[in-house]
Design a binder for this molecule. Sequence first.
Ligand code: PSU
Ligand code: MN
Length: 302
Amino acid sequence: MIPLIFSPEVDAARASGAPIVALESTIITHGMPYPQNVEVARQVESDIRALEAVPATIAVMEGRLHIGLSEDQLTALGQAKAVAKLSRADFAPCLASGGTGSTTVAATMIAAHLAGIEVFATGGIGGVHQGAELSFDISADLQELAQTPVSVVAAGAKAILDLPKTLEILETLGVPVIAYGQDMFPAFWSRQSDLAAPLRMDDPQDIARAHRMRAQLGLPGGQLVANPIPPEDEIPSATLAPIIAQAQADADRHGITGKAVTPYLLQRIFELTKGQSLRANIALVRNNARLAAGIAQALSTT
Ligand code: PSU
Ligand code: MN
């Protein structure tokens, strides 16, 4: 038996067929500093409720898979030190051994699908890291998009990644990459990368219909919905480029590898931008949550 625990709010939404949006927890434990992480997690949940959908933040706590967290659980997770960062590989071992861990995009997709949730909002997905031709560092998030039927709303992939290679792998894996409301693939803190998005849609209803059609065709996997950060919150890519290069060089110098790479780079960029990257990060996550609520609404009637 899967030790699946639904919060009362998510349980009620399942019973009534209300739209539900899944949220990940690695962004809370490894993506943002305390106390902003807990404030953002709460804010994002209330953004979703304001649009008449139900948020389901997902995490593993003491060997149980929680779909929807209480205020106290959110706070405890946000304050906890040394929480495991769970992806596809470590998800089952953590559950089986009674452990506690936050879920990445990949693990959140797996959990959302188990819980019957079709849409998930986050900040940015993992992707192909710069220097991957030597390090082979390619996030398990990409494979997950190819096999688990959840539509993931993100602000593109973080500019710390190799975006052209990330798009190439997504194409190879057969993942629809849909830019929302613009032609270019967004670059997380910046609205534009210099890469055209493979697909564009301007209406959540179209995104919902494409999600359904994929299932009807018997194609496994989900969709990546790439939602640009609001214009007033973006950091121009020219401003960020030298900072990202510096953070990357620091990571290399300190021999940071594996799971530690993404959290290290995010923290270093936070320091180097004196908190500006975090403000942008918060704005884009909230923006993604609102779009995901719209897609969840559309899916509930499609
Ligand atoms: N993007 C962010 N903050 C994050 C992450 C992505 O802005 O915290 C997390 C997500 O949970 C994503 C994970 O799934 O980083 C990717 O880690 P890796 O590159 O090790 O696969
Ligand atoms: Mn990695």
